[in-house]
Ligand binder design. Structure first.
Ligand code: GTP
Ligand code: SPV
Ligand code: MN
Length: 602
């Protein structure tokens, strides 16, 4: 299977939805002159168009149709084995000065980078079809919603964008013919899928993105990390809102009180799972619903609260580990109309991955297309294999997901993957302390990006790979938003991943995270069930509802413990991190660090 496919010739009525916006037409012509495609396919996002493209993608071996009885409407794609995750070292922020990109981004000079990319793109689409994908990010009637156009030479990207965004005429309509309308220009070409010619470049001042040499996920679905987060965060700062790497969930009590919370966990640290959690039986009558599983755009409402929308229309979720035991709602979502990438194919045309319910198949084709048996040394599915699925498939989709003004956020949660130091949950003392928690957050690296896995690194607000401008200004923006919120959400920190001396997770996680969520909601409703510690408010031993959970008292004590030895090291790391940013950290956060240190001394 390959990403690269020759040009396709649509029948009349398909691929000819040319928009009328002159700047869009001029830009497409300009890119076509440069890349020299065989033809241009104007996408409208219709059912007919999608069906025809799926047929062509199968014919050309870009996707494989799964067994219609077992996985109706579903397909498998295998990416090039050299191209299976985001590439942070080749992700560039191209701003006029290096300072604007800041100490955490790879900066490149815009003019030079355009020249280099244009050189790479010259003639790149020869013999291929150039697809124009119009899309919007955000509910159609939200003031936050943004229009984007992605040019791509990958059918897989078109098929994925139709799942992940609201694609086609809705975008063309929203932009209209206003020459001053704001829209993002995204250009993607597979080139020869060569890691040496792979670059994901952002030009925030031009609202433009150019991605070359990859065919995988966040590198090429330009709506997602590129527009909704990197360019999005830049626009958000300029326009006074927040673009964050956060899930958004609704939680309703048996007597009908409803809260929404937003949570920032780094890649592959549990956002999709938390956003769809099913409360344990003890929490009878409690309901969790999903607004979004990866990205939140938030603005300040007239009542001084923070309101969030999910800019996306689908989920691009981690497959391995997903099972009826860990995440039944995700499993139900991916039973049909799902585009799988890099999972294993069973002999009966179904899919399989490590951590799925039941025994492994006796034989399968692994993610690279090779024979696989349970005796094989290699994994059947890539650790970063993914599903792309419309959010409509989610049985617990929140009814307010299309609400243009968004949903009011009662709590913001930060959380990383930490074997030690960080307790299961604690609450910040106030907004700026919460910003400090987010800014100093750390997590063990995962397979979602190329590079070593399991190394603790600072990942402020889970935005390290996604903040499109200077991280110091980003911290300042957060502090500024706090000043404008007359009714701010409370801020919490969680860690589902603390391990005991035996190296095993101390906390069962998944559905049982409801127990932590319940404490958070209680705190939002004014409960005083908490004890003050140097790091913030912790639940006391009896403040977490652990009924019907088999867990050792010692484990709970360990989970809620603040080990002063570990924290002395942690404080050193906070300081080391802030120092490494070279003087951009706002005074408010430096003061938070000093206050934290002194609380440990008193
Ligand atoms: P991205 O899509 O990369 O942004 O990831 P994500 O943050 O949505 O993470 P996801 O929910 O897909 O979970 C990633 C991995 O963490 C999967 O292997 C899950 O099984 C595992 N995981 C999720 N929640 C928990 C939890 O509460 N406890 C434990 N131990 N593992 C979890
Ligand atoms: C992440 O890595 O945070 C993802 C997957 O959500 S990707 O879209 O590839 O960035
Ligand atoms: Mn993500």
């Amino acid at each position: 299977m390959d990403n690269l496919a020759p040009a396709i010739s649509p029948p009349s009525g398909i691929g000819d939805s040319k928009p009328t916006h002159q700047a869009v037409l001029d830009w497409v012509q300009e890119v076509a002159r440069l890349t020299e495609p065989e033809n241009i396919f104007w996408c409208d996002g219709s059912e007919e168009e999608n069906a025809w493209l799926l047929g062509e993608a199968q014919r050309l071996g870009v996707v494989l149709k799964l067994n219609e009885q077992k996985k109706p409407g579903s397909y498998l794609h295998r990416s090039n084995p050299n191209d299976v995750a985001r590439v942070e070292q080749f992700t560039l922020i191209c701003t006029p000065t290096k300072e604007e990109a800041g100490p955490t981004n790879n900066w490149a000079e815009p003019a030079e980078t355009y020249t280099k990319l244009h050189g790479m793109l010259a003639g790149a689409m020869k013999g291929r079809t150039l697809f124009v994908v119009p899309y919007i990010m955000g509910p159609p009637d939200s003031p936050l919603t943004k229009v984007g156009f992605e040019i791509t030479d990958s059918i897989y990207v078109v098929l994925s964008m139709r799942i992940m965004t609201r694609m086609g005429s809705v975008a063309v309509k929203r932009l209209g013919d206003d020459p001053k309308g704001e829209w993002n220009r995204g250009v993607h070409s597979l080139l020869d899928v060569n890691p040496d010619r792979r670059l994901i470049c952002h030009f925030p001042q031009d609202n433009a993105i150019i991605s070359v040499g990859s065919g995988y996920g966040g590198n090429v679905l330009l709506s997602k990390k590129c527009l909704a987060l990197r360019i999005g965060s830049y626009l958000a700062r300029k326009q006074g809102w927040l673009a964050e790497h956060m899930l958004i969930l609704g939680v309703e009590s048996p007597d009908g009180r409803k809260h929404y919370v937003a949570a920032a966990f780094p890649s592959a640290c549990g956002k999709t799972n938390f956003a769809m959690l099913i409360p344990p039986p003890h929490f009878k009558g409690w309901k969790v619903t999903t607004i979004g599983d990866d990205i939140a755009w938030m603005q300040i409402g007239k009542d001084g609260r923070l309101y969030a929308v999910n800019p996306e229309n689908g989920y691009f979720g981690v497959v391995p580990g997903t099972s009826y035991k860990s995440n039944p709602n995700a499993m139900k979502s991916i039973e049909h109309d799902t585009l799988y990438t890099n999972v294993a194919l069973t002999d009966d045309g179904d899919v399989w991955w490590e951590g799925k319910d039941g025994p492994p198949p006796a034989h399968a084709i692994d993610w690279k297309g090779n024979d696989w048996t349970p005796d094989s040394k290699e994994k059947a599915a890539h650790p970063n294999s993914r599903f792309a699925v419309p959010m409509r498939n989610n049985p617990v989709l929140d009814p307010d997901v299309e609400k243009g003004e968004g949903v009011p956020i009662s709590a913001i949660i930060f959380g990383g993957r930490r074997s030690d130091t960080m307790p299961l949950v604690f609450q910040a003392l106030d907004w700026n302390h919460g910003v400090y928690l987010g800014a100093t957050m750390a997590s063990e690296t995962t397979a979602a990006a190329t590079g070593a896995v399991g190394q603790v690194r600072r990942d402020p607000m889970a935005m390290l790979p996604f903040c499109g401008y200077n991280i110091g200004d980003y911290f300042r923006h957060w502090i500024g938003i706090g000043k404008r919120l007359t009714n701010p959400p409370l801020i919490f920190d969680v860690n589902w991943f603390r391990k005991g001396a035996d190296g095993k997770f101390l906390w069962p996680g998944f559905g049982d995270n409801m127990r932590v969520l319940k404490w958070i909601i209680d705190r939002c409703e004014g409960s005083d069930g908490a004890v003050k510690s140097p790091i913030g408010w912790l639940p006391g031993m009896h403040d977490l509802d652990l009924a019907e959970l088999e867990i050792d008292h010692k484990c709970v004590a360990e989970l809620l413990g603040v080990d002063h030895g570990e924290w002395q090291k942690e404080l050193v790391e906070h300081k080391r991190f802030f120092d490494s940013l070279g003087g951009v950290v706002p005074d408010e956060l430096l003061q938070q660090g000093e206050a934290l240190t002194s609380r440990f001394k008193s």
